[in-house]
Design a protein around this ligand. Structure first.
Ligand SMILES: [Zn+2]
Length: 123
């Protein structure tokens, strides 16, 4: 079942004011032509408007996952930090160190880095 791995594309998230446990996601169908509504109650998928009848379409399982990640405070702030690192590097000096570490790792991993050229000269 995991061979046909599809990634759900979320278009919108609707939180019901009357009951915050009830959340619906609008998702794009895999062929991109239809929009389905996948609803959750208390983090569990309760229904999906796609044609799948077995009750276990990938919309439901992935929307459950998305909602779980979203509602976990630590994951949320980690995502925010990650986004900030990518898009807001210059305005946040504390990410400079992280960038330097990543840059060092990238250089180590790069097969054509200066180090490997120097090594080939010694051969
Ligand atoms: Zn579905």
């Amino acid at each position: 079942m995991t061979q046909t791995q599809k990634t759900v594309k979320v278009l919108a998230r609707v939180e019901f004011k009357s009951d915050s446990r009830k959340i619906c996601y609008q998702v794009l169908s895999s062929h991109g032509a239809d929009v389905y509504t996948t609803c959750l109650f208390d983090g569990k998928a309760t229904g999906c408007s796609c044609p799948a009848t077995n009750g276990k379409c990938y919309h439901r399982t992935q929307v459950e996952q998305i909602e779980r990640i979203r509602s976990a405070p630590s994951a949320k702030s980690a995502t925010f930090t990650e986004l900030k690192r990518v898009y807001d590097v210059r305005q946040n000096p504390s990410t400079r160190a992280t960038d330097l570490v990543l840059e060092a790792k990238r250089r180590q991993a790069a097969p054509l880095a200066g180090a490997s050229r120097a090594f080939s000269l010694m051969r």
